[in-house]
Ligand binder design. Structure first.
Ligand SMILES: Nc1ncnc2c1ncn2[C@@H]1O[C@H](COP(=O)(O)OP(=O)(O)OP(=O)(O)O)[C@@H](O)[C@H]1O
Ligand SMILES: [Mg+2]
Length: 253
């Protein structure tokens, strides 16, 4: 399968401290990759480098080559925006706390290209939520279009981040998800696994790069482990802990 992204000899340093080094790996069409490694080893820093976010004060060496944009470390601002728009990226930290009266509809309308320049209506957003996140047993939504994320619980914020990034970028060629399960309860963790799996099934050419400390994802087909010495692809197959029972043959719980 064709490569989407190639990382070669990436290193990230702040002042005299090296955050990561010797990072080389590729993501191809249909690859579903777990990035594993201990807390603080630099996994999120690798994803931020791929997105070219939070680069101030950092020294980033090596190359990150995307198949149509070339080395993204060299892109000008306009090209960088176009490159980022092709990626469904979920950062590790949710940043809704300061958003005041901003509503779920605003977040979902602005996070991708599905709105094609217009705001979605409340009912369109509620339909989108219902399409992707099962309702609770009492038939209520986890959140609805008018809700204000600034007041959300940690788990509700996480669900919104994953939902808005991955459902509103139908053209995405890459999904990059940094710890989707933070704060999620058992039911919502299972929902998120199914939701990500659905995106993969519906877009077989998409590449997924995901960090998670929980091994609950039956659809992962490669694992790249990060240590202080660099990145290495694990040869033994990823083992899903099947916390939710046995998934079906397509990886859905
Ligand atoms: N801008 C920065 N300036 C200084 N140090 C930083 C910066 N960004 C990250 N670090 C440090 O780099 C190290 C790696 O951070 P990173 O967030 O990439 O780790 P991680 O592997 O994602 O960890 P976790 O599993 O806990 O999320 C940490 O020790 C962190 O404090
Ligand atoms: Mg991290």
């Amino acid at each position: 399968m064709e490569k989407i992204l190639s990382i070669k000899d990436l290193s990230v340093a702040v002042k005299t401290r090296t955050l990561v080094k010797n990072i080389s790996f590729d993501i191809g069409e249909g690859d579903v990759v777990l990035l594993s490694g201990q807390n603080g080893v630099g996994k999120s820093s690798i994803l931020k480098s791929i997105m070219r976010l939070e680069t101030d004060g950092k020294r980033i060496d090596g190359t990150i080559t995307e198949r149509s944009f070339g080395d993204i470390l060299l892109l000008g601002n306009e090209e960088l925006q176009r490159y980022r728009a092709k990626i469904a990226y979920v950062q590790q930290k949710d940043e809704y706390a300061e958003m005041g009266s901003i509503q779920v509809r605003d977040i979902i309308s602005e996070s991708g290209e599905i709105h094609s320049g217009r705001s979605l209506s409340y009912s369109e957003v509620n339909n989108l939520i219902d399409e992707w996140i099962p309702r609770r047993s009492d038939n209520s939504r986890v959140f609805d279009a008018k809700a204000k994320p600034a007041r959300f619980s940690g788990g509700e914020q996480r669900l919104l981040s994953v939902l808005s990034a991955i459902t509103t970028r139908p053209q995405a060629e890459l999904m990059i998800i940094d710890e989707p399960l933070n704060n999620l309860d058992f039911v919502n963790a299972r929902n998120i696994s199914n939701l990500i799996n659905r995106v993969i099934r519906e877009n077989p050419k998409i590449g997924l790069l995901m960090i998670s400390h929980c091994r609950i994802f039956p659809f992962i087909n490669r694992e790249i482990n990060i240590t202080a010495n660099g990145a290495s692809e694990l040869l033994e197959p990823y083992v899903c802990h099947s916390c939710f029972g046995e998934p079906d043959e397509s990886g859905f719980y």
